[in-house]
Design a protein around this ligand. Structure first.
Ligand code: AMP
Length: 513
């Protein structure tokens, strides 16, 4: 089947020509007609000035900026494959991703241009680098539009680099059909989008927030890029006052920062958050007490998404309905879950031999969906390890309830085996975080000659409170099975996190494990 996700911008340009498409902070930049026109001109210049041909890879390295949107669609319009790379990576890691993806052109923010300017000498495939906003970039705006290049549904559209917390990052190859399914499932399982609804790009556009640009372009919404290009709670709160019907995607750590800010500033749901329609959180565990607090401050606006780069933003969702169905006897259990599989997704929970587990038994979660990646680019071994008979092995351990709710217990590789028993760090963290003096915690295994591993906890304390390791141990004894409780505590100022807010357990293992 012929398909190209860029067709959605062409359609929106025709259907909503005068509707606002793109804004930077409070500044209105382009309507749909102008955005569609501009992307099609850039596409023509990719073909003419840079001789790029359908299937070629184009890397994009920038913090959030308005140009991100026109570039994504220009790249697809010309039948090319976008390779968004996390702008916070070290130069060596950028080099690796550019080489591994075989990118022919790289668009990079002005700030990072000098860091990579020398790369083409070492990477023969990389013919040109353009700094976004430079004179060379402005030349992309000049000339005639290109006709859209049709692709087949299974042609690649996006190479998504995993965060590489266990070795070199891998490039998940996502097709046009994968992205189409992601958009469909946003509309069926996350939220309905009306023309003029706004998407605030608070999280990195190289990851989740960039994926969510697609349903908003598809439905004629407004992509709003914060002027700072970063997640800043004060700026985000101001944008929520300026625009109406706003949605945004945020990792749990971002939600917590927003809620801390709202509490400090005494912001209220009705006065300050009335512009918020939907906050989609996910990408990492959201602890119960944080979720309850966020709902108190923001109201019933939260939807949870569970997905991974290999099945972008599309595995399970916990709807607004389930977030507010307080009368249900399993309300708390449901809040602790990642919800139910999205419309296109089939899920099974399997043991080490790939045999399906009974409801209530932990096992690895396997996923089948038209949203599942084609494979890892240039990495047949990793693809074979991850994909089998059309199933994606997620590496997440989960439990399915009889009524279909999926609860993640942990990452496969984070499970602690102590004296032969499996201990899921998330369960211990959930309890530790309930102690009033604990702001955040991360629980991991430390090698031990007697037990194989012992449980240890790295803890960030609330600045206004004090607590000793003994007091935390007493607290744990009251609330959890004896053998699961941490045998040692390490107090730190902050936990190491990556760009998308995930706690880097590998770093903690190096330091404490
Ligand atoms: P990434 O590929 O970087 O998006 O990371 C995907 C991983 O993040 C998943 O395999 C999960 O381990 C974790 N994750 C994603 N969404 C959630 C969620 N809602 N709750 C808990 N963990 C999540």
């Amino acid at each position: 089947m012929a398909m190209n996700v860029a067709q959605w911008l062409v359609n929106s340009g025709a259907q909503y020509p005068q509707e606002l498409a793109l804004a930077r902070g409070n500044e209105y930049l382009l309507d749909y007609q102008a955005l569609a026109q501009r992307s099609a001109v850039i596409a023509a210049n990719f073909q003419q000035l840079y001789q790029l041909k359908a299937g070629d890879k184009v890397a994009l390295i920038s913090s959030n900026c308005a140009e991100y949107i026109e570039l994504l669609f220009a790249i697809w319009h010309a039948g090319l494959v976008v390779v968004p790379i996390n702008a916070k990576l070290h130069a060596n890691e950028l080099h690796y991703a550019l080489e591994n993806s075989q990118s022919k052109l790289c668009l990079v923010s002005n700030k990072l241009f000098t860091d990579i300017a020398g790369f083409p000498q070492e990477l023969p495939e990389l013919a040109s680098i353009i700094a976004i906003g430079s004179e060379q970039y402005q030349r992309l705006y000049v000339g005639k539009t290109a006709a859209i290049i049709l692709r087949s549904a299974d042609d690649p559209a996006w190479i998504f680099y995993t965060s590489g917390t266990t070795g070199k990052p891998k490039g998940a190859l996502l097709s046009h059909a994968n992205l189409f399914t992601m958009v469909e499932n946003y509309c069926t399982d996350i939220d309905a989008i009306e023309v003029g609804d706004c998407l605030l790009h608070a999280a990195p556009m190289s990851h989740g927030s960039g994926f969510y640009a697609l349903p908003f372009v598809f439905k004629g919404g407004v992509n709003v890029i914060p002027a700072s290009g970063q997640f800043q709670p004060d700026e985000l709160s101001e944008l929520l006052q300026h625009y109406r019907a706003c949605s945004f995607f945020a990792a749990p750590t971002m939600v917590n920062r927003l809620i801390d800010y709202a509490e400090q500033q005494q912001l209220t749901e009705l006065k300050d958050f009335s512009g918020l329609k939907t906050l989609v959180y996910g990408g990492g565990p959201m602890y119960q007490q944080d979720l309850v607090k966020a709902q108190q401050v923001l109201g019933n606006k939260l939807v949870q998404m569970y997905g991974q780069g290999e099945c972008p933003m599309t595995i399970c969702a916990l709807s607004k309905y389930h977030h507010q169905n307080t009368q249900h006897s399993d309300y708390k259990k449901r809040l602790a879950s990642v919800g139910v599989p999205m419309a296109s997704v089939q899920v099974k929970i399997v043991d080490e031999n790939g045999q399906e587990q009974a409801d209530g038994q932990p096992g690895e979660i396997w996923v089948k969906s038209p949203a599942v990646m084609l494979g890892y680019f240039n990495n047949a071994q990793a693809s074979a390890n991850t994909l089998a008979d059309g199933w994606l092995k997620t590496g997440d351990i989960a439990i399915k309830s009889a009524d279909g709710f999926i609860t993640l217990v942990d990452r496969n590789k984070d499970v602690i085996i102590s004296g032969g028993s499996n201990i899921y760090p998330r369960e211990v963290e959930e309890i530790l975080n309930q102690h009033p003096a604990v702001k955040e915690s991360s629980v991991l295994g430390k090698k031990d000659s007697k037990w194989g591993e012992i449980v240890i906890a790295v803890v960030v304390l609330d600045k206004t409170q004090e607590v000793s390791a003994e007091q935390l141990d007493e607290f744990c004894l009251k609330h959890m099975t004896r053998f699961k409780r941490p045998k040692a505590y390490f107090f730190v100022e902050q936990l190491p996190k990556n760009n998308t807010g995930k706690i880097l357990k590998t770093e903690l293992r190096k330091q404490f494990g």
